[in-house]
Design a protein around this ligand. Structure first.
Ligand SMILES: Cc1cc2nc3c(=O)[nH]c(=O)nc-3n(C[C@H](O)[C@H](O)[C@H](O)COP(=O)(O)OP(=O)(O)OC[C@H]3O[C@@H](n4cnc5c(N)ncnc54)[C@H](O)[C@@H]3O)c2cc1C
Length: 401
């Protein structure tokens, strides 16, 4: 380990920040490890916030049990915000004026929900979902709701729709595009997701270009979609994508695009500063993945690099979503001209998106985690596949191992 590293500062106490700290200690870093976190809670993960926290009252989904967390010996600054990175001085400035010197700095500031109309933030029964505090508020509000509206037919909006249906609440989803989750999956998958939601009684309003929200005297929310008013909703949840928390990096003069530009080891354009998680643009894909697995595994790699070890992140993009009891896993990111092969297994469909040489580019599987495991190998090996075999439910995919 490089001997000049006495003090590491991590900005952001989320998934990436937490796993980086664990890996730093695991790799033998014994110096001072400071975490600046604007949330008051111990490290926790977000996927349960739209799922079991709302439907089953699951507790704070801690990343580590309390004893393991204590063993990391973290010098917390929370709830505190980092407001500036002074690269010349090698210091992080906090909102209370404290200046924290660093030998290595990790930016793991994640992302925040984007509101398409700023004024929606002032409506009492309109909310977004990102934090534990949001999730506990959502749960309380759903308990008192008969019907809710959701703006945005992406992963978060659809998971909230599924959770609300599980609680017996009526749900309408308003989406601007003609398809659900259209930015991350192909039309065949979008159609299967639409069918799933319709089967579970979710009202879907696709291709609604213009949404206006207003407040009734009793606090309920008016939704006017393309000029047509709906019966007011008890609650409206907005899930229309995120803003990447890039400001600190940008103002410090680090190279940024969609996210902070990093190499496969997580180095930014400043050799003492690293980035991980949602805020760190994927080193090969050139986009911010917003995935639990990336936040965790890329952060672990970055921790090694921060200690001067050889480190290289090369996992394929992978994320999952749980909706109406179905586990949907997405492997890979669509790019270029692809053709789709659908395999209709009794336990759920699998969608293979292949390039013109029949190599896998993206795969989406409903309730078929084993198929995804195989897909990870095919992706890594750039294997040429036989579309006919893939689409035949009587053909055992394990033969293609
Ligand atoms: C409701 C929900 C459900 C999800 N479900 C899934 C799923 O099923 N599958 C999946 O793969 N992914 C899912 N995700 C995405 C996944 O949780 C994120 O990709 C992951 O949390 C990113 O981790 P991160 O550490 O980069 O960011 P975060 O977890 O957002 O952590 C960043 C932290 O930094 C803090 N921060 C920001 N700026 C500052 C500052 N200046 N000073 C101090 N602190 C700061 C933030 O408040 C936050 O606490 C879900 C996300 C949400 C919100």
């Amino acid at each position: 380990m490089a001997s000049d590293i006495q003090h590491i500062v991590v900005i952001g106490g989320g998934q990436a920040g937490g796993y980086a700290c664990k890996a730093l200690r695991g790799e033998g870093f014994e110096g001072r490890l400071t975490v600046v976190a604007d949330e008051p809670h111990d490290f926790y993960e977000r996927p349960p916030l739209s799922k079991g926290v709302v439907t089953e009252s699951e507790p704070l989904p801690r990343l580590f049990p309390k004893e393991s967390l204590a063993a990391l010996d973290i010098d917390w600054r929370r709830p505190r915000r980092a407001v500036e990175i002074d690269r010349a001085a090698g210091e992080v400035v906090l909102d209370d004026g404290e200046r924290l010197p660093y030998d290595r700095l990790l930016i793991a500031t994640g992302s925040r929900p984007r509101l398409p109309v700023a004024e929606w933030a002032s409506l009492a029964n309109v909310m977004t979902l990102r934090t534990w505090d949001d999730a506990t508020r959502l749960k309380a509000k759903l308990e008192g709701s008969r019907r809710i509206g959701i703006i945005g037919g992406g992963w978060i909006g659809l998971e909230v729709a599924s959770s609300a249906r599980k609680l017996g609440v009526e749900v309408d989803v308003f989406e601007r595009a003609p398809a659900l989750c259209g930015r991350s999956v192909g039309p065949e998958v979008a159609e299967a997701i639409r069918e799933l939601h319709e089967r579970h009684g979710v009202g879907l309003e696709l291709a609604r270009q213009d949404i206006a929200l207003g407040e009734e005297g009793d606090g309920r929310v008016n939704v006017v979609a393309d000029g047509e008013a709906r019966e007011p909703y008890d609650l409206v949840v907005v899930g229309t994508g995120v803003e990447i928390n890039l400001e600190l990096a940008r103002e410090a003069g680090l190279v940024t695009e969609q996210g902070i530009v990093i190499d496969a080891a997580g180095h930014t354009s400043d050799p003492r500063i690293f980035a991980a998680g949602d805020v760190a643009q994927h080193p090969h894909l050139g986009l911010c993945l917003q995935s639990w697995a990336y936040a965790q595994n890329q952060a672990r790699v970055v921790a090694d690099a921060m200690l001067g070890k050889d480190a290289h992140y090369d996992e394929p993009a992978w994320l999952w979503s749980d909706q109406h009891g179905v586990n949907i896993q997405i492997l890979g990111v669509p790019s270029g001209e692809l053709h789709c092969v659908v395999r209709r297994d009794p336990q759920g469909p699998v969608f293979f998106y292949l390039d013109d040489e029949n190599r896998l580019v993206q795969m989406v599987a409903f309730d078929q985690p084993r198929a995804i495991k195989l897909g990870k190998r095919w992706l890594a090996a750039e294997r040429v596949l036989d579309p006919e075999a893939l689409g035949d439910p009587d053909y055992n995919l394990m033969q293609l191992r």
